[in-house]
Design a binder for this molecule. Structure first.
Ligand code: G4P
Length: 527
């Protein structure tokens, strides 16, 4: 083993943090991302990311459908440096119509930042994304945003996190007043206050204090807010969960930060604490055991494929999470599934949608590989010994539609399109056991639109989608399956590997089927 490379890898791994921000649309993800990028000097002006979000149809060369809808169909990656760290933010679509891509992107993150609107609390999309992170056991950091607005009390929010998400929390800072009365936050770890100055809150002052009883706070915030702070924090000291890094690391306890992204309030302290507490790139499980990031042999896996980023070139980009070793432009690696060596000559790195050619990259980084159609989601690439990473999870679809091709003569292209798009992970395909109809399953409505669009644009096939009333899919494991038991408010279909899957119209129908078939196992995902 060459010592210099090991040391270099250790150094690069130590400084990296790769995370995703999970939130419900409108909680302030774009705003927070932008503030983080500003700290890192990755963008120069406030408004750059937002402007990009708003004017994407004017400037971007992304998929036509993105232009039409003005939203991000697939996630991008942003990289910047701050205070000796290299940070990779995996962006996830903020629109309600998220897709499996959103979920899968989370497998490339080592931690997550959960952004919550102080008034709205835990919302639907946050719950779904949280559950995917929670299943992986990655640490989750919570940022409660929009503190400058009237919202729920911090205690109520903590209670809501536990009740709805089942996670306990430890506040790292605590608001001094809220909404119009907000005058600052008290940092429980560093014993300092961050205070708004001036009526328009345009300046922020950070002051060291002895503790939360320090008279300086009373002087600056007044008796009412100072007393409230003391009462709240005394209660937290006695009844709150203690700070426990092991529990945070295992995703059992979430550190909470209060702030206001748009006012840049509490963002810097959040970032600094986060960088200290968040994990560096973690090992990934392969068929031959865990692969350490500092292992010298390069390895990585494809977690996302994005088609047609540039329609003029019809290219696809495969997003690769580097797991171990150093990546050098032009290096040869083994494409493990097809057993061929390939040269990685045009890798790209991302800042929002600006693409740069990357010369070298390290574990925790995401690179975009030009894909002439050779990659599939979950593919492993490795140098030397062949490493196969665990399969990426698929997610239980919640929306279903019957698909028919309008022109029967196009059946061959239609089949090719279905096969390729399923492989990319754009959709899941089922066949009915009775009439051999094709049913598509997705987690977000947008996936149907993307499918329809791409069938037309890339395969020249017009299709018709007819929405079906089902909401749940369960893979059935049983030696003997009786299709007659799946006729009321449900139907029985087969997936691509001929596994039986029952689709249910309601939770009630699903429970009834489970009660009637005690010998069957009902799985949320393919076995
Ligand atoms: P998203 O990406 O999660 O969808 O949210 P985004 O950042 O676009 O923010 C949604 C709205 O919330 C924006 O207002 C944004 O300015 C506002 N916002 C973000 N952080 C804060 C905060 O700390 N306090 C308050 N009061 N508002 C915040 P908008 O009206 O939709 O857009 P804009 O006209 O302000 O740009």
């Amino acid at each position: 083993m060459s010592k210099p490379l090991t040391e270099e890898l250790q150094r690069e791994v130590d400084k990296r943090r790769t995370f995703a921000i999970i939130s419900h649309p409108d909680a302030g993800k774009t705003t927070l991302t932008e503030k983080l990028l500003l700290f890192g000097g990755a963008i120069r002006e406030a408004g750059s990311v937002k402007a990009r979000k708003a004017s994407r149809h004017a400037t971007s060369d992304w998929m036509e459908i993105e232009k039409q809808r003005g939203i991000s169909v697939t996630s991008s990656v942003m990289q910047f440096d701050y205070s000796g760290h290299r940070i990779n933010i995996l962006d996830t679509p903020g629109h309600q119509d998220f897709s499996e891509d959103t979920y899968r992107t989370l497998t490339a993150a080592d931690s997550a930042v959960m952004l919550i609107d102080v008034a709205k609390g835990v919302e639907a999309q946050t719950i779904k994304l949280f559950q995917v992170c929670s299943r992986r056991g990655i640490p989750i950091f919570t940022f409660i945003n929009k503190l400058d607005r009237e919202g729920q009390s911090p205690f109520d929010l903590m209670e809501e996190l536990e009740r709805v998400l089942g996670i306990r929390s430890v506040p790292m800072n605590w608001p001094i007043g809220m909404g119009r009365e907000l005058c600052g936050v008290y940092d429980r770890m560093k014993n300092q206050v961050e205070l708004f100055q001036g009526n328009d809150h345009s300046k922020i002052e950070v002051r060291k204090v002895a503790d939360y009883r320090d008279p300086i706070i009373r002087e600056m915030a007044g008796d009412y807010l100072a007393d409230q702070l003391i009462n709240d924090l005394e209660l937290l000291d006695v009844a709150g969960d203690p700070f426990d890094l092991d529990k945070i690391g295992g995703g059992e306890l979430t550190p909470i930060f209060f702030g206001s992204a748009v006012n840049n309030f509490g963002v810097q302290t959040f970032l600094e604490n986060f960088l200290e507490l968040a994990p560096k790139p973690t090992p990934r499980v392969s068929t031959s055991g865990p692969v350490e990031p500092t292992s010298e042999k390069f390895s990585g896996y494809v977690f996302k494929i994005q088609a047609n980023m540039n329609p003029a070139h019809r290219d696809r980009i495969a997003f690769l999470r580097i797991v171990s070793g150093r990546f050098d432009r032009g290096m040869s690696v083994r494409h493990v599934r097809n057993g061929k060596d390939i040269k990685l000559s045009q890798p790209q790195q991302f800042l929002a949608q600006d693409r740069d050619i990357v010369e070298s990259a390290y574990p925790g980084d995401i690179i975009g590989l030009f894909d002439p159609g050779i990659f599939r989601i979950g593919d492993s690439l490795s140098q030397g010994s062949e490493i196969v990473f665990d399969e990426l999870p698929t997610f239980s679809p919640e929306l279903f539609a019957k698909v028919t091709v309008k022109n029967a003569l196009k059946h061959k292209q239609y089949q090719k399109g279905i096969d390729q798009l399923t492989e990319e992970g754009t959709i899941q395909v089922f066949r009915t056991t009775s009439f051999d109809d094709t049913i598509l399953g997705v987690v977000g409505q947008l996936q149907f639109e993307v499918f329809e669009y791409r069938m037309r644009a890339e395969y020249g096939v017009e299709i018709q989608l007819q929405r079906m009333p089902y909401q749940f899919a369960r893979w059935i494991v049983d030696e003997k399956i009786d299709p007659s038991k799946y006729r009321i408010n449900s139907t029985l279909v087969k997936d691509k590997k001929d596994n039986y899957v029952a689709l249910f119209e309601s939770e009630y129908a699903m429970r009834t089927a489970m009660d009637k078939n005690p010998s069957s196992k009902f799985l949320e995902m393919a076995p």
